[in-house]
Design a protein around this ligand. Structure first.
Ligand SMILES: [Zn+2]
Length: 248
């Protein structure tokens, strides 16, 4: 299984420092952003976890990549814990679901509106070729009834919006489904209906930036969840054309 060696790296505790770290935020919000520059020019990708603070596998998968990757081509930005205080408290959000506050506004009292505004500003300034959000799903396709199967089952899915379905997305789906051949672990594509305050729609319609969400089921044990998330994230990088190695 392709994913397991990645887990072994994570739990060895090896470390490979990023090229630079900066912080997303203002006086009160300071989420670390780890940056890896390849010597060769190439595509730019943003990988994030922790839009929802209780989805821990997403955060640990980002940690695993930050700790072990070296990038030769392109640029990779990793934000393991977008909603940092929510991640620290292992809660979904502080005031409001971050994924329902886009494009954000600094006038709102609620913390998440400011955070999504700053996140949008960051993406606008970086102009990445791709933004991948790692999430964890409470529902699995096999737990749903036929009636709601199509719109409520998110584990395991790759979510897209509008007309952003692409060869890249299909290639990633095909490749990871070769790694995870158990039918219950297979990834399905899911077209999410338009959501004005969601991250994907705002990335795409306001910033013209393709963004996909990876959802894996929370029912698996944690190491396997981290493996799944890490494997999918690395496959997106590979297919996008980021040149990288994971530390051996
Ligand atoms: Zn989530």
């Amino acid at each position: 299984m392709h994913g397991f060696w990645l887990c072994i790296f994570r739990f060895r505790g090896t470390a490979m420092p990023p090229d630079t770290i900066f912080y997303l935020g203002n006086d009160t919000i300071y989420t670390p952003v780890y940056v890896f520059y390849g010597q060769q020019k190439g595509p730019v990708m943003v990988l994030d976890g922790g839009i929802h603070g209780d989805e821990v596998a997403a955060q640990l998968a980002c940690d695993s990549i930050v700790d072990n990757i070296s990038v030769q081509k392109g640029t990779l930005y990793v934000i393991p814990r977008v909603n940092l205080p929510a991640c620290h408290d292992t809660v979904r959000f502080l005031n409001k679901d971050l994924n329902r506050t886009f494009p954000g506004d600094t006038c709102w009292v609620d913390y998440e509106y400011t955070l999504s505004y700053l996140f949008m500003e960051l993406i606008d300034s970086l102009k990445p070729d791709l933004v991948i959000n790692l999430h964890e799903a409470r529902s699995h396709t096999r737990t749903m009834t036929p009636k709601n199967k199509n719109d409520k089952a998110f584990g395991n899915t790759l979510i897209y919006v509008g007309d952003t379905k692409s060869n890249l997305l299909l290639d990633v789906q095909n490749e990871i489904n070769r790694y995870y051949s158990n039918p219950e672990e297979q990834f399905m594509l899911h077209l999410f209906p338009f959501m004005a305050a969601g991250s994907l729609d705002n990335m795409y319609y306001r910033l013209n930036t393709k963004s996909y969400t990876v959802e894996t089921w929370r029912g698996y044990d944690l190491p396997f969840r981290v493996c799944l998330q890490t494997t999918v994230a690395l496959e997106f990088m590979r297919r996008l054309g980021i040149g990288f190695k994971m530390k051996e």
